[in-house]
Design a protein around this ligand. Structure first.
Ligand code: NAD
Length: 382
């Protein structure tokens, strides 16, 4: 193909992307009544094992749920539903990021607890997570990080359906010359993540929200994100909105004096992805942090880490830390209104991970196994 033909193809691709995103904006503007997850009388929790270390940690997460929710399961108030087929083998065989029948099973649940899924590097296979966040419109990725002895109590609100990620498989390439990806930030998409962050601050007595962008360089997209967050902030006069750039914020998080002052963060997708791994590492590793993907109609909870294929190759899968998925379970229970169980689990996880620490999972043979650590946690639940 000659260059001119590539340029024509790229322009057609850009037009397609632009039209799709305008249609998405219009859909977002249609008023929908958010589902009140805490008012559900019966709840179906979908469980997806995922890839790599996913099935190992998810087996223990299921045992944890069966123990915590014994009464609700016996009474039929809660149902645990195994969702099959969200594996890299099935996804590659079908050539779909999430095969249609798997998506249907997921949509039939009220909430989903998901093990990590592998995304092949290069090629055209889209990430299952990016697909699910878009299809289920899970726009708020909420990630708490706490290190009490260092005065760290952070809550991250990462925009989950826009930025570089949502168009990550829609870029253009002129072989031998260049490749371009697209980044999108919308007014509606930014307003809803900003509201989620400021509402959280208001309801939890936090007086500061850091808006983190690179608006000095990405003037259109990050500029819009910052501007709209600051507009939303006007409805929350008791909360101080602070603009920060992602590069210095990344440095601030490893500055012990500086980092204590931060409380709530709101960020576009890519920066949120990267900085929450940094924050999780400060807490004790990516195996220690949970994550909620929240939308108005669906919600999906998961560990923040991936499928750790290297651990599997090195025969270390059984040493995977289940703390991250256990924290996701706690967030899920809180979201569906089972607050007493969530409080109990939070208390037990604080004891096992922060204070008593009788068993420690390191992801290596020197540490405890996933199963032994889960026994330790389950043993603290009456
Ligand atoms: P990763 O998070 O899977 O693993 C990186 C390293 O972190 C591991 O080698 C291991 O040393 C450590 N680690 C991760 N989880 C741990 C746990 N529970 N216990 C102990 N140690 C743990 O990151 P990666 O290797 O960059 O990604 C692997 C795959 O996972 C990729 O295909 C990626 O796309 C995918 N991924 C999926 C999700 C998701 O499904 N939510 C998130 C991130 C990455």
């Amino acid at each position: 193909m000659n260059k001119e033909a590539y340029i024509q193809d790229a322009m057609a691709q850009y037009e397609k992307v632009l039209r799709q995103q305008i249609a998405r904006c219009e859909k977002m503007q249609e008023a929908t009544i958010p589902k009140d997850f805490s008012a559900l009388t019966t709840i179906t929790i979908g469980l997806c094992g995922g890839d790599g270390i996913g099935p190992v940690i998810m087996e223990q997460a299921r045992r944890l749920l069966e123990k915590l929710l014994k009464k609700e399961l016996d009474e039929g108030k809660v149902t645990l539903k195994e969702i099959r087929g969200l594996t890299i083998e099935n996804r590659m065989a079908k050539g779909e990021a999430v095969p249609a029948e798997v998506l249907e099973q997921m949509k039939a649940c009220d909430v989903i607890l998901k093990g990590p899924t592998t995304t092949p590097k290069g090629g055209t296979m889209e990430s299952a997570n990016v697909f699910l966040r878009r299809e289920l419109d899970l726009y708020a990725n909420v990630r708490p990080v706490r290190v009490p002895e260092e005065g760290i109590d952070w809550m991250f609100f990462r925009e989950n359906t826009e930025g570089e990620y949502v168009l990550g498989s829609s870029g253009v390439e002129i072989p031998g010359d260049l490749a371009m990806d697209f980044k999108v930030i919308t007014d509606c998409g930014t307003k809803r993540i900003a509201r989620a962050a400021f509402e959280f601050a208001r309801k939890n007595g936090k007086n500061q929200v850091a808006i983190v962008t690179k608006a000095n360089i990405m003037k259109k997209t990050d500029g819009k994100f910052s501007k709209i967050c600051n507009e939303v902030a006007k409805a929350y006069p008791e909360v101080n909105a602070e603009d920060w750039y992602i590069d210095i914020m990344t440095a601030n998080l490893v500055n012990k004096e500086m980092r204590r002052r931060f409380q709530v963060f709101v960020l576009p997708n890519l920066y949120g992805d990267i900085i929450t791994d940094e924050a999780a590492q400060i807490q004790g590793g990516v195996g220690t942090a949970g994550s909620a993907n929240l939308g108005d109609q669906y919600a999906m909870f998961e560990a923040i880490h991936g499928s750790a294929p290297r651990m599997v190759e090195e025969g270390l899968a059984e040493y995977a830390n289940p703390s991250s998925i256990f924290k996701a379970v706690e967030m899920m229970l809180r979201h569906i209104g089972l607050v007493e169980h969530a409080d109990k689990l939070e208390q037990v996880l604080q004891l096992c991970c922060e204070t008593e620490k009788k068993l420690v999972v390191t992801g290596t043979k020197e540490g405890s196994t996933c199963k032994d650590f889960a026994e330790y946690v389950l043993g603290k639940i009456d």
